[in-house]
Design a protein around this ligand. Structure first.
Ligand SMILES: [Zn+2]
Length: 138
């Protein structure tokens, strides 16, 4: 549980879901970020997102979690989450990472590590929006 401005958010997903065998990720931060977004608490979301972007592995995990969740709920990733020429709200940076992860989960982490902080931010916001709207729809 993480605190900000005297309040806390229940983690949006369980730590067992947030962790990955691929590499260490900050599951407490990911849980808090997703929880704050589910609760529509933008001050906390901004603080946690700022912290996340310093951590490329955890940012990659957020993108991977979004892809896994979309895949499970909708039975696959839509073309607009993968291919640059398809119209849709997903950022090109998110699509780049989603494509990397199609055949090789670890490639998401390698690709994310090569991104600038601004690119990671674009990927992370699409991932967070997609993940939370999918959680809310499920
Ligand atoms: Zn908050």
């Amino acid at each position: 549980m993480r605190f900000m401005s005297g309040h806390a958010h229940v983690p949006g997903l369980a730590p067992s879901v947030l962790d990955t065998p691929v590499c260490p990720v900050n599951s407490a931060l990911l849980g808090a970020l997703i929880g704050a977004t589910v609760d529509r608490c933008y001050p906390c979301q901004t603080v946690f997102m700022h912290e996340l972007l310093d951590d490329s592995a955890s940012t990659a995990r957020l993108v991977e979690l979004a892809c896994i969740t979309i895949d499970r709920v909708f039975g696959g990733l839509p073309a607009s989450a993968l291919y640059d020429h398809e119209p849709g709200p997903a950022s090109l940076e998110f699509r780049r990472l989603a494509r990397a992860g199609l055949y090789d989960g670890a490639a998401v982490y390698r690709e994310c590590a090569l991104m600038t902080r601004i690119e990671r931010r674009e990927a992370a916001y699409t991932a967070l929006d997609s993940l939370v709207s999918t959680i809310n729809a499920a």
